[in-house]
Write a protein that binds this ligand. Sequence first.
Ligand code: PL4
Length: 407
Amino acid sequence: MAKVNPHYGKLQAGYLFPEIAKRTREFAADNPDARVMRLGIGNTTEPLTPAIVSGLHAGVDKLASADTYTGYGDEQGFSELREAIAKRYTTYGVTLDLDDIFVSDGAKSDSANIQSIFGEDNVVAVQDPAYPVYVDSNVIGGKTGSGSDGQFDGLVYMPCTEENNFFPELPEGKVDLIYLCSPNNPTGAVATIQQLKTFVDYALEHKAVIIFDAAYASFISDSRLPRSIYEVEGAKECAIEINSFSKEAGFTGVRLGWTVVPKALVCEDGDAGEVNRLWLRRQTTMFNGASNVVQYGGLAVLTEQGQKECQELVTYYMANAKRIRACLEGLGITCFGGENAPYVWLKTPDGMTSWEFFDKMLNETHVVGTPGSGFGPAGEGYFRLSAFGHKEDIEEAVASIQSNLKL
Ligand code: PL4
């Protein structure tokens, strides 16, 4: 008799983003005349840039000729693309071997799947609040107990609050897998080298592994802030880094990312090379490589012209972030983030819960945001607004908030 994976039963609610989409659809159905402005899901809106479009076209053209046609490729990705990614890391002062780099279809799948190469008895620590995939994938993977009130037994929550500038203290006991995200989704906080170093030192001491999500690294404009955890000495021995072309190049629908699993990485029962081998085994068994056409697009992203154009995209979205934050602060709302990250994290007024504020914002201003509590218990009382949107739509949302939000 077949039996379902019982760990799914521990997940208390639906996945956060479909839930927001569902509530938004319901509001739109009940209010057909309202123009709903979506600043909830961090979804890119601006078209692919010319250099990238050319790269993708060239990829399609190759498939149109018998001389250049390719079918299945290496599951780890084109070696040219891995070389281009490694070259980017050299600009951070980081040297990587090509077989440390695994090209994928995006950061979401990698950040969900990476836990599967670690045993169920690992103690997992997450920043609280955090991108929900880290928690949910570990629940599904059987690395937590059951949940109540949005928290799971056996999972170590590392609160990120106003008091610690949204970067966590080290866990009190011993943990084995530590998820960090910088620039952070949802708080918009960016970790400094010193902050990351405290975690790298901890991980080296305890043979723990850090899973570092750098999906928003290209939004950092302050040159003092690290774009990769490998800028911290010793990180190659204890950290896996996940990254994405989604936000930098508008690949949210195109799908391309990469994960770095250095061969130098060690864990309690795995010598140098073992974790890299396991991820290779996992990927070659369960993944058939990113689309070849898309990888040509990725190569175009990493050219000099591609980078120049992507920087313009980032600048465009960051101007939105600035506009949103200025509007909210003008209304006396306390805000964080939005400076080296595309998310503005605001404190709900009058002690409202995150979902109460979601309803208020939607009903009064027709603007959709993301309730902070959806990212974890410490997100309660906060709300996230995304800077991804057409400038005109952001202006309209800002004007509506200014005119209609009753404070
Ligand atoms: C909604 C910290 C967004 N359906 O596009 P990917 O897979 O390369 O990257 C996904 C990702 C990875 N890591 C972090 C992220 O914030 C995201 C994307 N998050 C958001 O609004 O928080 C999109 C969410 C999408 C999803 O479930 O990822």
